[in-house]
Design a protein around this ligand. Structure first.
Ligand code: ATP
Length: 191
């Protein structure tokens, strides 16, 4: 199977992430898209806002429960930290030799992709699919093993926006899967 790897902090997972993953899986030739929870992104500025790994994992699991084609992986939680994508991809390739893995990233991450550990090796060994994000130019010249999906419909929201909105008591039901919204409310998260 061809698996798309979509990583993130998912703090919390929101409709923007899920629309993208679902679109890639159903329209862009991936048999499955795996949402990989990162324990801590080494390039992220404000780790203090990160709620516990297992709480973010729970929300991901609620979000994709029963959805064919979307899976959650907690693999990075048991890998040495900080977790580097190249290590995750190589680990997955070894553990699941019958699958092929390809990285899916937004144009925001593509812009800083050369700072990622062994970014060239990621391209060479696995390949990357880049999708647009507003405010970021999409590459026009790129390696053979980089694809651009410029037609992906996007919901332009971020976890940062959601955390702030929830902290201010806003009703975010249309921005989050219902189960995730209930979970956040029941557990009083992001207050
Ligand atoms: P934060 O606001 O906390 O930085 P985020 O919403 O950008 O979080 P991440 O967990 O960092 O979410 O994102 C995981 C992946 O999803 C990243 O590759 C990011 O580029 C992408 N992404 C974030 N928001 C969206 C969106 N609205 N639509 C599509 N992709 C998104």
């Amino acid at each position: 199977m061809k698996i798309g790897i979509f990583g993130g902090s998912f703090n919390p997972v929101h409709i923007g992430h899920l629309m993208l993953a679902s679109y890639m899986q159903q329209f862009e030739g991936f048999d499955e898209v795996w949402l990989i929870l990162s324990p801590l992104n080494p390039l992220k500025a404000n780790p203090s806002e990160l709620i516990p790994d297992l709480t973010r994992l729970k929300m991901l699991e609620i979000a994709v429960a029963g959805v064919a084609g979307l899976k959650v992986s907690d693999i990075e939680l048991s890998m040495p930290r900080p977790s580097y994508t190249i290590n995750t991809l190589r680990y997955l390739a070894k553990r699941y030799p019958r699958h092929s893995f390809r990285l899916i990233i937004g144009a925001d991450n593509w812009k800083i992709f050369s700072q990622w550990r062994d970014s060239e090796k990621i391209i060479e060994e696995f390949g990357v699919t880049v999708y647009p994000r507003p405010g970021y130019t999409i590459p026009t010249i790129y390696d053979d093993n980089v694809d651009v999906v410029s037609s992906a419909p996007l919901a332009e929201i971020s976890s940062t926006f959601l955390r702030k909105a929830i902290a201010r008591g806003k009703d975010m039901r249309f921005f989050l899967p219902q189960g995730v919204e209930n979970f956040i409310r029941d557990n009083n998260l992001y207050k």
